[in-house]
Design a protein around this ligand. Structure first.
Ligand code: PGA
Length: 240
């Protein structure tokens, strides 16, 4: 596990975008795994700017997002479908047929999970997966206690996750369940970059750094992966 400390959020976003760009330079038809949440927004902004400058193209890329809330369609602004459209997909040349996000509106959720997993396999597997980390150590929505053997599945969101994500719901009721890639799905990616920014992630990073591998701290499975980069940093005093 390679740890890279950044001086501020901008540097985190730049470095994350650079890792993605390098991946696409070496393999323009890469399969990339994407994350949502507050942390990667700056990375998406960087990628969109680079695309607009003509420095990068996503025309041959296939993308798979980590997760989606159950019961949330793309017309709902809090959905990860809407997030991806707003922050990334709506601004770049990644073809609509190559964008994949779990279907939280599927009539048969189990089938949707299996189909998602099959689509990832059919694509040749994920080359580079971007993940965030929850304060409780979740990656994707794999909450503490999730099996390291898990594949794409339906999960109950923990109280900690619902508290942390309530800020994106503006007082509206938050969903209690989500579809998420499993820990095994994430671990099958050929390389993984974990983005963590802010003091509220300090405890989780400290725990990750201990190297203890336990299902009660999902991100700890990453210690068993040969190619993980952790980009991390904290606000300086006075910064938000
Ligand atoms: P955040 O979410 O980027 O909004 O902090 C990360 C996560 O919960 O995985």
């Amino acid at each position: 596990m390679r740890w890279i400390k950044v001086k501020d959020y901008e540097e985190l976003s730049e470095k994350a975008a650079e890792i993605l760009m390098k991946q696409l330079e070496s393999k323009p038809d890469s399969v990339i795994g994407l994350a949502t949440g507050g942390t990667p927004i700056g990375m998406y902004q960087q990628l969109v700017s680079r695309y607009e400058r003509g420095d990068i193209s996503f025309a041959r890329v296939t993308a798979f997002n980590l997760d989606e809330y159950i019961g949330m369609g793309k017309e709902q602004p809090e959905s990860f479908h809407a997030y991806m459209e707003h922050h990334f997909f709506g601004h770049v040349d990644l073809s609509e047929t190559s964008r994949h996000i779990p279907d939280g509106m599927a009539e048969n959720l189990e089938e949707a999970c299996e189909a998602y997993e099959a689509d990832i396999q059919a694509s040749g597997g994920i080359d580079l997966q971007v993940v965030g980390i929850g304060q409780n150590g979740h990656i994707g929505f794999n909450e503490p206690g999730t099996s390291f053997q898990s594949r794409t599945h339906v999960t109950e969101l923990s109280a900690s996750t619902r508290r942390a994500n309530a800020k994106y719901f503006n007082g509206k009721e938050m969903p209690e369940q989500a579809i998420t890639m499993g820990l095994q799905t994430i671990m099958k990616a050929r390389s993984i970059v974990l983005l963590a920014y802010g003091h509220e992630k300090r405890k989780a990073l400290d725990q990750l750094r201990t190297g203890t591998i336990t299902e009660s701290f999902p991100a700890s499975c990453l210690h068993e992966h040969p190619n993980v980069t952790v980009l991390y940093g904290e606000e300086s005093e006075g910064e938000d």
